[in-house]
Design a protein around this ligand. Structure first.
Ligand code: MG
Length: 256
């Protein structure tokens, strides 16, 4: 522990209690926020380092954290620090499951432009395995708006199209609140805040249910956690630097 950390924190105990908490305003005894090392920025040449408390889902060296739709080893291509869809091998899912969390995923559609609309650089990031945030080469490639990159597929287009050129690495940062159920009843829907390449595409947007193709949707009871799923849409989309941070509670005391 550093000298600074040992020093009694400056605070007040003669101030009112903050409603909804057990702490005084400016309470010096309130637990210090956990100290973490923040991430470093990715470049087109190399991914940045994840924050120190992240769960690493893919660091470019192994597909061990993933499986295919039958529960077997993921068969996507692994090379040069990224994974690439191997068309026809199917979607892959993370072995770990998450509820409320912060997700970081980087992806690149093929540099060689082929196809149009939904047929160009299509993949997807499915939170809880059910809710697709579209991955698509949307650089100069109009498609139905709720299928644009960053769209909540079939439900809501992104606020803006913030796509980089094909072949360039793009960064998704998604804050996810899982839906809540009481028995068979929906208590609160899923909410997503989505940032693509540093630009907000959705802010606390309520989802209508699991995303669907050519259909509306609604909720049915589901487990509190689910895996991350990446889509094989038969295009050679690449992914790198995938990490997440389950959302914790305020005032958690740091482990010694
Ligand atoms: Mg897709």
């Amino acid at each position: 522990m550093t000298d600074a950390a040992k020093k009694a924190p400056v605070g007040y105990d003669d101030t009112p209690i903050i409603p909804g908490s057990c702490w005084h305003v400016h309470d010096g005894d309130r637990p210090q926020p956990r100290v973490i090392t923040p991430p470093t920025a990715s470049t087109q040449d190399a991914p940045g380092a994840p924050p120190s408390d992240a769960i690493i889902l893919f660091d470019g060296t192994s597909l061990d954290g993933w499986r295919d739709k039958d529960g077997n080893e993921a068969k996507w291509k692994l090379e040069n620090g990224y994974m690439e869809v191997t068309p026809g091998t199917g979607d892959i899912t993370s072995k770990q499951e998450f509820g409320d969390y912060q997700l970081h995923v980087e992806w690149a559609s093929p540099a060689a432009v082929k196809g149009d609309s939904q047929g160009r650089g299509n993949s997807g990031v499915f939170l809880m395995g059910l809710y697709e945030f579209q991955v698509l080469d949307c650089y100069d490639n109009p498609t139905y708006p709720d299928g644009t990159a960053g769209g909540i597929y079939g439900q809501c287009p992104p606020l803006v199209n913030a796509c980089r050129k094909p072949g360039e690495w793009q960064q998704y940062d998604i804050l996810w609140i899982a839906p809540r159920f009481a028995g068979d009843s929906l208590v609160s829907p899923a909410y997503a805040t989505v940032i693509l390449n540093g630009v907000v595409l959705h802010h606390m947007k309520a989802l209508q249910g699991p995303t669907q193709h050519k259909k509306t949707t609604s909720y049915e009871p589901q487990p509190a956690t689910g895996p991350l799923k990446l889509q094989d849409h038969k295009d050679l989309v690449r992914f790198r630097n995938i990490w997440c941070r389950p959302l914790t509670n305020y005032d958690e005391v740091a482990a010694e």
